[in-house]
Design a protein around this ligand. Structure first.
Ligand SMILES: N[C@@H](CCC(=O)N[C@@H](CS)C(=O)NCC(=O)O)C(=O)O
Length: 203
């Protein structure tokens, strides 16, 4: 019998979208529960272990923390690395993205126009190059058929496909312009829009 997966988050992409995409890529049905942000204050948060989303329910079990959820599902759906070393390199690249995401988030939620412009410059000119120059070089030196780690699609390809797109949409195309290998390594990208079209909307 199929598992009964329910993923609960807000009606946004953010940290839940790669998890949703893992389901879509794996062709596994899930219930995509989206709580309107404005109803969250009245919501019964106690039913979630830490009062935070996303949460994955499988029957009466629940799993919190987006990174734990995506790793668990990737393992279930054969979207992990082929050995411990590949899984460690996948984690390394995922943590790179988490570091960038933390600064992107500060930029994204900033309301003051002047501060926002400063955060954008720091993000595009300092933080992103610090990491992506290296990731771009790693990819250019490996002959992997276009995957970030190993020789098959893994969840970190899905993470990068999602976040590169999110950064471009919310910051501007300049944020990824200098990383051609990273961009071309978006193995999923030709199918990316199509995959996202399979999901509900929400930035
Ligand atoms: N490290 C956690 C972060 C979870 C988190 O902070 N979720 C936010 C949305 S992105 C949330 O539920 N906020 C609601 C609140 O703080 O009441 C993860 O990756 O799942």
């Amino acid at each position: 019998m199929d598992q009964d997966y329910k993923l609960t988050y807000f009606n946004m992409r953010s940290i839940a979208e790669p998890i949703r995409m893992v389901f879509v890529v794996a062709g596994v049905k899930f219930e995509d529960i989206r709580i309107p942000r404005e109803t969250w204050p009245e919501h019964n948060k106690e039913k979630y272990d830490y009062g935070l989303l996303p949460v994955l329910h499988i029957g009466d079990k629940q799993l919190s923390q987006s990174n734990a959820i995506i790793r668990f599902l990737a393992k279930q759906f054969n979207l992990s690395g082929s050995n411990d070393w590949e899984n460690a390199k996948i984690d390394e690249l995922a943590f790179v993205l988490s570091d960038i995401f933390a600064e992107w988030r500060a930029y994204f939620i900033e309301k003051d126009a002047e501060k926002k412009a400063e955060l954008k410059t720091a993000l595009v000119k300092v933080t992103v190059p610090k990491y992506f120059n290296k990731v771009d070089k790693i990819i250019s030196q490996k002959n992997s058929g276009g995957y970030l780690v190993g020789e098959k699609l893994t969840w970190v390809d899905i993470q990068y496909a999602n976040y590169l797109d999110l950064f471009e949409v919310t910051v501007g195309p300049e944020i990824t312009a200098d990383y051609p290998n990273l961009k071309s390594c978006r193995k999923l990208c030709s199918k990316f829009r199509q995959l996202r079209n399979g999901l509900k909307r929400g930035l």
